[in-house]
Design a protein around this ligand. Structure first.
Ligand SMILES: Cc1cc2nc3c(=O)[nH]c(=O)nc-3n(C[C@H](O)[C@H](O)[C@H](O)COP(=O)(O)OP(=O)(O)OC[C@H]3O[C@@H](n4cnc5c(N)ncnc54)[C@H](O)[C@@H]3O)c2cc1C
Length: 400
């Protein structure tokens, strides 16, 4: 007699070992060694908290099994096993059966897992359907560098680059808000290829110039960092191994009337640039419906400062905020949001507003507190509004 079980697994070929899932799991069902990140089947209760936080989607893997794969087996994997044949001489156990009486218990269990996975973070309803995981570590695509330009002033405290990649006619269908994986050359101490690092596309889906289908990245040189230094040092004509695209929820609505509230710091501006250029190409000189709060230490260290200043306010209403301007009080994005409470509150009350927060992890708490204060002032609960917005695909956070 067999009771098929659904088992939650992580795809080792796609996972970038950022451990966000492990840090999010409320019951410590996820663990890792030097090789893999794995899920303990005896602990996992399918709460799905880990699903929306995974930047690659490698966490969203499910198998129906007669006996769960052990942690030891999962640690050995270089790739996920295929869904095997399961002897189904009995119905699924009560707690795992679906109430629709589906004739195929394997399909029913897998469908049930995916239904749960969609419950927390959603893409905007009108977003284009993203392609994900077209290329992975063992099947990367080669891109050629078309240009590498410094975005921050020489002498600024941060070196951020605008790097343009060309896929030489090979397909790389990336939407605004998605990321690419970059594999730095060489091997790690175990002689294995380095794991990809993720970088947001900062160009719109049809390319830096319409129809060119090249992709730009906005990369900050991280002192001592492997991949960011590799990228920032690239020259025109150099070749780069790329995986992805990744990300199925941090996407922009296709509806040109949707309003975007974009809050970012540093390289978190990358997806916002892609959104803005895409919207500009769609609406032309008309009202853009986009508001941006963008924080940096100084104008010299704010990526795209020059082009942003030139962008018409009608298309993109900008608040560039600086925390280290000489003779000025420190100001962070959350301070400016509070100062612009009326504007933010009005946007929050509009069911056609979409929020995007992107940048360093440290910004998240301050922004959340500001949104909380602003909603409180209008007698609403931020938590309730955020849950509704998230379920509607209207609240998106990507911090790293
Ligand atoms: C969804 C997502 C999107 C992202 N988008 C962007 C983006 O658009 N632009 C961008 O610039 N970044 C982005 N990132 C971050 C990016 O993926 C990398 O994490 C970042 O560039 C650092 O990678 P690295 O290989 O240079 O550093 P790593 O080599 O991974 O090192 C990370 C840090 O650890 C330190 N370190 C490394 N080894 C040691 C050691 N032995 N001892 C002490 N310290 C050590 C390094 O100095 C560095 O500060 C994104 C991340 C995610 C998850």
């Amino acid at each position: 007699m067999s009771h098929p079980l659904k088992q939650h697994l992580i795809d080792p070929e796609i996972c970038i070992r950022c451990h966000t899932c492990e840090n999010t799991c409320p019951i410590q069902a996820i663990e890792h060694n030097d090789d893999n990140v794995v899920v303990d089947a005896s602990k996992c209760n399918f709460c799905m908290d880990c699903i929306p936080v995974c930047p690659t989607g490698s966490i969203d893997e499910w198998r129906v099994v007669e006996a769960p794969y052990s942690l030891e087996e999962q640690y050995e994997w270089d790739e996920l096993p295929e869904q095997g044949d399961v002897t189904l001489d009995d119905a699924p156990s009560d707690e795992q059966s679906n109430d629709e009486g589906d004739a195929d218990p394997v399909a029913a269990l897998l469908a049930e897992a995916h239904k749960g996975a969609g419950g927390k973070a959603r893409a905007p309803a009108s977003a284009a359907k993203p392609t994900i995981n077209l290329y992975n570590l063992s099947n990367a695509v080669e891109a050629v560098v078309q240009g590498n330009y410094r975005l921050t002033a020489e002498g600024a405290d941060t070196d951020v680059r605008h790097i343009i990649l060309d896929f030489q006619g090979k397909p790389f269908p990336v939407l605004e808000g998605q990321s690419l994986g970059i594999i730095a050359p060489g091997t790690n101490e175990k002689g294995r290829p380095h794991l990809p690092r993720l970088y947001s596309a900062s160009s719109p889906r049809d390319g830096e110039r319409p129809g060119y289908h090249n992709v730009s990245l906005t990369v900050k040189r991280d002192e001592g960092g492997l991949c960011s230094n590799f990228l920032c040092d690239l020259k025109k004509g150099d070749k780069v191994d790329v995986t992805g695209p990744f990300g199925a929820t941090f996407l922009m609505p296709s509806d040109p009337a949707a309003r975007l509230l974009m809050i970012c710091t540093g390289t978190g501006s990358a997806p916002m640039r892609a959104f803005t250029m895409a919207r500009e190409r769609t609406v032309g000189a008309r009202e853009g419906g986009m508001v941006m709060f963008f924080g940096a230490r100084t104008p010299d260290s704010l990526p795209y400062f020059g082009p942003l200043k030139k962008m018409p306010e009608k298309l993109l209403h900008k608040h560039l905020v600086f925390s280290r301007e000489p003779d000025q009080p420190k100001e962070y994005v959350q301070d400016r949001m509070r100062a612009e409470e009326e504007l933010v509150a009005e946007m929050l009350q509009d069911p056609n507003t979409y929020i995007y927060i992107c940048g360093l992890k440290a910004m998240e708490q301050g922004v959340e507190e500001a949104l909380n204060n602003i909603t409180e002032s209008t007698g609403e609960s931020w938590q309730a509004l955020r849950d509704t917005m998230r379920e509607d695909g209207r609240y998106h956070v990507e911090t790293y």
